[in-house]
Design a protein around this ligand. Structure first.
Ligand SMILES: [Zn+2]
Length: 631
């Protein structure tokens, strides 16, 4: 028997396994399907990386995000563990090398996106490769009623048929008992061993602050802390505006959302990771795979949309074990606003059918056409052209994609496709007049069965190497043949894509399972209700409440949340004086409410009392309008 502790020490430099890691690894090494539900920051990836290292063959890791994969591969290289990732941005040569290395077992782990599992090339690879086991990261993405459903995760069970008897390890940080059930069912796990880590995080102090003015409170909170922080807010515009506001207040910050270019996102992320600035204001697009130890505060400027999302996001604080905070801000309008936004998520059946027609018209798809085709689809241009509300359109598109009317993806690479439509006479004509193009056509016929009947994806690199010419020449010749209607050519793409599973039908004929949509809606409402209960809760330890939601019993309160310990933040003369002085740095006077606006509960009361005392002692004065100034 291998000595696991020794391997842990050699490659990871740790002396001891953390809770349950060893049991999970042993279950997997014994060939058992295993589910590990462990909170963020408890060393999940080690549970498959270590067994991968000591097993024969290559471990397949299914992972939802390219950034996450790249990150992991880099970290493994730093530990001298050979690994690689297959994702859509790789060049043909690069992915060829990855496949070769995997076949030769020169790597121990191969990260793949769930979409990739369906590709023919990948399936061909599987039949020739030696696979040790399959690890499914962020396994909750498979749950249709979960908060992060990724339809491509449903493909995972298909590769199981190619790999009988290989155990699966499903990992996630958040799974309610219902999601756990779905994971087991949809991955078709055989009597799996299930591990659940404790949800309690004693170094994370959870707080919910009801405030008058969220902006003022945000500034005050951040000024007081001066620790690395993430501020989550809902809209892209708010990210930018809040970051601007913070910078005006001398709090160094940047912002991040999915609408920025890759370079902009990389720069923002890097400057925050390297502590060149303190705060990153971001949508929920930010954070997955981020492992920054010294995050002292995660602040939700808008109410999180579910407790799953909240727990995942707030879990990014305090990884270094130092006491950290998660603060949710809300005001009297927050809950009503959240309900309003949620109602937009479920357009009526009529509206969905109308959206379908509008999208087809916008993409100029004729009735009876469009099946199995990819279309460039930029939501914002669509919204502009059709006067849709962005959110209504987005949610409607997503619902139709869950109903398999189409599939909507972020930028994916779609290869060039060709169909030969020339007649025999035309082929003869080409053979006599265009020698170079003729050679290309004959090569296409040799390489791709069915190219007469339908358009097939082609690989211009393979063709070029077969007929010993350059890609440029191939492309030029393909364009030439297409311009004369000898072939049909669909250019390759790397824009967001809308893929039509079927031809366009009259809108009233598309099959919609509205009962299922109704069920989604109910799940969504339940999630929202749980989130709001958490926010309005004034009596139960917040960690206990979270654990309960995730189906766990925690007998002892955490002791550090705002319910267990309202005076978590030290209130004393010096801290309160500092608070008032800071509010008066750039201003002659400031309203009492603005000074203490971000505080609540016991902390608020004590602070108010202390300021009153300072006023009565003549340290500050207060006007009849409630404006505090220096005496
Ligand atoms: Zn607590």
């Amino acid at each position: 028997m291998l000595n696991l502790d020794q391997i842990l020490k050699t490659h990871w430099g740790h002396k001891k396994f953390r809770l349950q890691q060893k049991e999970i690894i042993e279950s997997l090494l014994a060939g058992r399907d295993t589910v590990a539900i462990l909170p963020t920051g408890s060393g999940k990836s080690l549970c498959y990386q270590l067994p991968a290292l000591i097993s024969k063959g290559v471990c397949l890791v299914v992972s939802p995000l390219i950034a996450l994969m790249k990150d992991q591969v880099e970290q493994l290289h730093n530990k001298n563990i050979p690994a690689a990732a297959l994702y859509s941005g790789l060049s043909h040569e690069e992915s060829k090398e990855v496949y070769r290395n995997a076949l030769d077992e020169d790597i121990k782990l191969l990260y793949v996106s769930p979409e990739r599992l369906q590709s023919e090339r990948f399936l061909r690879f599987l039949t020739n490769a030696t696979i040790s086991f399959i690890a499914v990261d962020e396994a909750h993405c498979i749950a249709q009623w979960g908060h992060d459903f990724r339809p491509a995760y449903l493909n995972i069970k298909d590769i199981k048929y190619e790999l009988p008897n290989k155990p699966i390890l499903a990992l996630t940080a958040t799974a309610t008992p219902k999601v756990e059930e779905e994971i087991v069912e949809r991955l078709e796990l055989k009597s799996p061993k299930i591990f659940r880590g404790s949800f309690m995080r004693k170094e994370l102090s959870l707080k919910v602050n009801q405030v008058e003015n969220k902006e003022t409170s945000l500034v005050a909170i951040l000024k007081k802390r001066n620790r690395s922080a993430i501020v989550y807010c809902r809209s892209r515009r708010a990210c930018k505006e809040l970051s601007l506001l913070l910078n005006q207040e001398n709090i160094k910050s940047t912002y991040y959302h999915a609408g920025l270019s890759k370079d902009e996102r990389d720069t923002a992320q890097k400057s925050w990771l390297q502590n060149e600035l303190t705060v990153i204001v971001s949508t929920n697009a930010f954070g997955m795979g981020i492992d920054k130890a010294d995050v002292g505060l995660v602040l939700h400027y808008d109410l999180p949309e579910s407790l799953e999302a909240y727990y995942q996001e707030v879990g990014r604080a305090g990884r270094d074990g130092k006491l950290s905070e998660g603060i949710v801000l809300y005001n009297s309008r927050s809950i009503a606003r959240q309900n309003e936004m949620a109602s937009l998520k479920f357009p009526s059946e009529h509206e969905l059918r109308k959206l379908y027609t509008n999208v087809c018209n916008y993409l100029k798809i004729p009735t009876g056409g469009g099946a199995e085709e990819y279309f460039d689809f930029d939501l914002l241009s669509f919204v502009k052209a059709t006067n849709y509300n962005t959110l209504t359109a987005l949610h409607g598109m997503q619902l139709l994609s869950k109903q398999k009317v189409w599939s909507l993806s972020d930028s994916v690479y779609v290869p060039m496709r060709v169909q030969i439509v020339a007649s025999r006479e035309e082929l003869n004509h080409i053979a006599h007049n265009y020698h170079r193009q003729d050679k290309l056509l004959k090569q296409l016929l040799r390489m791709y069965n069915g190219i007469w009947q339908y358009s097939v994806p082609i690989n211009e690199y393979d063709i070029a190497s077969k007929i010993k010419t350059s890609i440029e020449v191939i492309n030029e010749d393909l364009r030439f043949l297409a311009s004369r209607s000898y072939i049909k050519l669909v250019a390759k793409k790397d824009k967001p894509q809308l893929y039509f599973t079927d031809n366009r039908y009259p809108a009233e004929q598309i099959v919609l399972n509205y009962k299922e949509i109704e069920r989604h809606k109910i799940h969504e409402q339940n999630r929202l209700a749980a989130m709001q209960k958490f926010v309005l809760n004034k009596s139960q330890c917040r960690m206990q409440l979270l654990a309960e939601y995730f189906g766990q019993q925690e007998h002892n309160p955490c002791g550090v949340c705002d319910i267990d310990n309202p005076a978590m933040v030290q209130i004393n003369f010096a801290s309160v004086k500092k608070l008032v002085d800071e509010a008066l740095t750039h201003k002659e006077s400031e309203s009492f409410e603005n000074i203490i606006g971000h505080l609540q509960g016991e902390e608020r009361i004590q602070t108010m009392q202390l300021i009153r005392k300072m006023i009565s002692e003549g340290l500050y004065q207060i006007s009849s309008f409630g404006e505090v100034s220096k005496a």
